[in-house]
Write a protein that binds this ligand. Structure first.
Ligand SMILES: *[C@@H]1O[C@H](CO)[C@@H](O)[C@H](O)[C@H]1NC(C)=O
Ligand SMILES: *[C@@H]1O[C@H](CO)[C@@H](O)[C@H](O)[C@H]1NC(C)=O
Ligand SMILES: *[C@@H]1O[C@H](CO)[C@@H](O)[C@H](O)[C@H]1NC(C)=O
Ligand SMILES: *[C@@H]1O[C@H](CO)[C@@H](O)[C@H](O)[C@H]1NC(C)=O
Ligand SMILES: *[C@@H]1O[C@H](CO)[C@@H](O)[C@H](O)[C@H]1NC(C)=O
Ligand SMILES: *[C@@H]1O[C@H](CO)[C@@H](O)[C@H](O)[C@H]1NC(C)=O
Ligand SMILES: *[C@@H]1O[C@H](CO)[C@@H](O)[C@H](O)[C@H]1NC(C)=O
Length: 210
């Protein structure tokens, strides 16, 4: 009898463990310890992001956490054409740009991106002349499963986007900026101008460096 109880208890514990593992929402650190970086000397991404993505399982309500700096961009799209062409088109409602508004190179950033739509989601960095980062492999596709469905925190009308105010006195030692975003990425194009500035600034720097 005691043995039976022990067996039931063990089975129950294993079941609880399995259920909680399957029911949690997960944060996936993009690229693992390599982060989301492009080496402009070797012209290569810091890791193979497709391989990284293939090692993960993604569900609604999970977040991708991009540990990066302002030398890269984070573009999310549901449009395969946009992804394959490495260009963010602001007339397309399925493309979102996550950026801090920073115009300085190398400022540390943490960009959390919630997964809110089932199916293929595509990510890339369009930084560099002719989106060189994307065309050199800084891009990946994931497939998002339903899992538990969206948690209430992501299933509501989005708050207005928050933009970190620029601080001209900070240097590159400043702490990482977290880019706050509405869950569905709404309003991302309101700050398109910042992205253009950053991209043109980057292009100008690349020309000077040549
Ligand atoms: C995942 O990241 C989001 C956004 O940064 C955060 O609000 C949430 O607490 C994180 N969840 C876990 C389990 O770390
Ligand atoms: C880029 O790659 C070069 C050559 O491997 C290396 O020396 C340099 O430290 C790398 N730069 C960064 C920022 O990781
Ligand atoms: C990255 O890994 C994928 C397989 O996950 C492979 O098909 C691809 O060729 C790799 N890319 C590079 C640049 O090595
Ligand atoms: C995807 O983007 C292309 C190029 O911008 C556009 O022509 C097409 O209509 C978009 N598709 C969808 C489903 O939005
Ligand atoms: C593809 O990218 C080029 C620039 O690299 C751009 O001129 C063209 O409009 C883009 N096409 C689509 C369908 O987005
Ligand atoms: C874009 O708009 C179309 C038509 O209004 C809609 O069917 C589609 O779901 C939207 N896509 C996204 C990603 O919001
Ligand atoms: C950012 O890019 C600029 C221009 O290419 C480069 O000089 C700088 O070293 C980069 N910074 C980091 C932290 O990668």
């Amino acid at each position: 009898m005691v043995q039976h109880i022990a067996v039931y208890f063990t089975a129950f514990t294993l079941l609880l463990t399995a259920v909680s593992a399957a029911t949690g929402y997960h944060n996936h650190t993009v690229g693992g310890t390599a982060g989301w970086f492009f080496n402009s000397t070797t012209n290569t991404p810091s890791t193979n992001y497709s391989s990284w993505a293939a090692s993960q399982t993604f569900n609604l309500g999970d977040y991708l956490i991009f540990n990066t700096n302002s030398n890269q961009t984070v573009i999310q799209t549901y449009n395969e054409t946009t992804y394959l062409n490495c260009t963010a088109d602001n007339s397309d409602n399925g493309t979102f740009i996550y950026d801090s508004g920073s115009s300085r190179f190398g400022e540390a950033l943490t960009v959390p991106v919630p997964l809110t739509i089932v199916g293929p989601n595509y990510f890339f960095s369009d930084a560099g002349v002719d989106s060189v980062q994307c065309s050199r492999g800084m891009a990946f596709e994931i497939n998002v499963d339903r899992g538990l469905g969206l948690p209430p925190s992501l299933n509501q009308p989005p708050p207005p986007p928050y933009v970190e105010p620029p601080d001209p006195d900070t240097d590159t030692q400043s702490p990482p900026v977290t880019v706050a975003q509405p869950p569905n990425g709404g309003g991302a194009f309101g700050r398109r101008a910042n992205v253009r500035l950053a991209v043109y600034g980057f292009a100008a720097a690349m020309l000077l460096l040549q």
